[in-house]
Design a binder for this molecule. Structure first.
Ligand SMILES: [Zn+2]
Length: 254
């Protein structure tokens, strides 16, 4: 049903989505799992991934582990949901957040993508077409691992972030140390080396140092910092563990 829906035009998707959600609620009826993004309970989450992870994806909104973790982080540790107008740049917008953000920020919300025509603007984040300090909040998750000059992209995101703004810049951490090799260009070789055909590197925990090199102050939050043991299970966060990288401008820029 979900794969079938993806191929339909947006108008048809909007018409069929409530039917699909109702069917999913019936099929996955239960209260062992809770998705904070859409606020629905279910018996379990659905498997997801090339090497499928069980209990990973919300059957209603499609949120994965990292989306559920970030959502709770945003609720508990940021000013995102305070009723104050914001300019929010959302690069490669995650579908499970997009509608809520559109309603929340209205005219202040901007989705951007280099390849996806559904985004509001086409944007190369190594050369952003907006002035300095344009945005209060920036989301750019699981994008930088696709970009050759990621430090330049980070610098551009820093430039368009307001001095008192913040950015969430997540990447998959899949290596002991960041590894990149620009001579690897064949998609299959990239898949072997970097885990996906369109990735150009694997990041390690030193990712935070790259963000700092670009000029960000970085605060790292682990899921264990935010959730009790029973919540880790209920929210389905025991797999696909990631850190939140909350980035702000260096005090010299403020
Ligand atoms: Zn959900």
């Amino acid at each position: 049903m979900t794969i079938f829906l993806r191929k339909l035009p947006e108008s048809s998707k909007n018409f069929l989505r409530p039917i699909k959600n109702f069917m999913m609620k019936v099929c996955y009826y239960g209260h062992k799992r809770y998705c904070p993004v859409c606020g629905n309970f279910s018996r379990k989450f659905r498997h997801f991934g090339l090497l499928p992870r069980e209990d990973a994806q919300c059957v209603i909104c499609g949120a994965l582990e990292r989306h559920r973790f970030l959502w709770v982080y945003l609720q508990k540790r940021t000013n995102l949901f305070e009723k104050k107008p914001k300019h929010v740049l959302h690069v490669a917008a995650e579908q499970c957040y997009e509608q809520t953000f559109r309603e929340l920020f209205g005219q202040g919300y901007l989705t951007a993508d280099l390849h996806n025509p559904a985004a509001m603007v086409k944007m190369d984040i190594t050369n952003i077409q907006y002035p300095d300090q344009s945005f209060d909040v920036i989301f750019c998750n699981h994008v930088l691992e696709h970009i050759h000059n990621d430090i330049l992209a980070m610098s551009e995101l820093l430039r368009v972030l307001k001095n008192d703004g913040w950015a969430i810049l997540l990447v998959p951490i899949t290596s002991e140390k960041t590894f990149e090799d620009p001579t690897i260009t064949n998609p299959l070789d990239r898949r072997d080396a970097f885990g996906q055909e369109d990735h150009v590197r694997r990041y390690g925990p030193d990712y935070a140092d790259r963000l700092r090199k670009a000029g960000f102050l970085v605060k790292i939050t682990k899921s264990d910092d935010l959730f009790k043991d029973n919540e880790i299970i209920e929210f389905g966060l025991s797999q696909g563990k990631q850190n939140i990288y909350h980035c702000t401008k260096k005090s010299t820029n403020v």
